[in-house]
Design a protein around this ligand. Structure first.
Ligand code: GLN
Length: 270
């Protein structure tokens, strides 16, 4: 065992879980375990409080307006202070679609009161009403944060998101709609807080992004710990470093996985 552990918190798994957002958790856990990292995933639903030092990475999925309304009050009231403290201390937050909208200042649905957001990201979202088409389809973005790598996904949202000066976009839309269908931005980033409209199998489809998040999350408690099971300088040079902790992918990770299978002490369970 590497002695390196990653503690993930899945927020509102039963409420905000459109298009198989749970697959993102499986990818984070799987890719970290390939490198010998011990992974724990906890779930926190409505009325369940958070402790700021308990997790390294938080995930919030998507949901329709009705589910979002239930989550919004809880996110601000029950979980908000701890989640803000965690983010301020370097924990990673990844939020998709409906969850993304709730990290901004507010979401204005097509009907009813505004949902006040957590304000972790400097953005607002407004739904223009049922007469205006939703932004639906496959999407491709280029993400400078990840060295210009292309991210692919699927989007389905009525809300139009506009970034303020305190947030930068996750990427530039190559094909699709993104934040609002107008300014070609997609998603938002501030520190280690990430929001995106790329749904469902975001991380299974975009393993570089998954590794970037794992590295950032590990760095908080483990610094630049080398979490690879084995290391070959040539391969490392080709893969590069994704953040502080050194992760590598491809065949390298599969070797690590096989050896872990042979060693009962490697902790294959949760
Ligand atoms: N309710 C939001 C919208 O339509 C989010 C939808 C979603 O998460 N897919 O804008």
């Amino acid at each position: 065992m590497s002695g390196v552990d990653l503690r993930i918190c899945h927020l509102y798994p039963d409420l905000l879980n459109l298009y198989g957002d749970r697959g993102n958790l499986m990818t984070l856990a799987g890719r970290a375990r390939w490198r010998g990292v011990e992974v724990r995933i906890d779930e926190r639903g409505l009325r369940e409080p958070l402790r700021p030092d308990e997790h390294d990475l938080y995930f919030i999925g998507g949901g329709e307006d009705r589910q979002q309304r239930l989550a919004a009050d809880d996110l601000r009231g029950v979980k908000g202070p701890a989640l803000k403290d965690a983010a301020a201390s370097g924990a990673v937050v990844l939020a998709v679609c409906g969850g993304y909208q709730l990290l901004g200042h507010y979401y204005r649905p097509s009907e009813g009161e505004d949902l006040v957001g957590l304000g972790l990201l400097d953005l607002i979202t407004e739904h223009p009403g049922p007469a205006v088409p939703r932004l639906i389809g496959n999407i491709v973005i280029r993400a400078p944060l990840l060295g210009g790598v292309t991210l692919v996904g699927f989007e389905n949202h009525g809300g139009r998101t506009h970034l303020g000066p305190g947030a930068r976009s996750l990427g530039e839309v190559v094909s699709g709609f993104g934040n609002n269908g107008v300014d070609r931005t997609e998603g938002a980033v501030a520190g280690h807080v990430y929001g995106t409209y790329l749904h469902g199998p975001l991380l299974p489809k975009n393993p570089r992004f998954a590794d970037h998040l794992i590295s950032a999350a590990l760095r908080r408690r483990h610094g630049d710990a080398r979490v690879e099971k084995d290391h070959d300088a040539g391969h490392q040079a080709r893969e590069g470093h994704v953040g502080g902790a050194h992760l590598s992918g491809g065949h390298h990770a599969r070797h690590a996985s096989r050896r872990a299978d042979d060693d009962q002490s490697e902790g294959q369970g949760e």
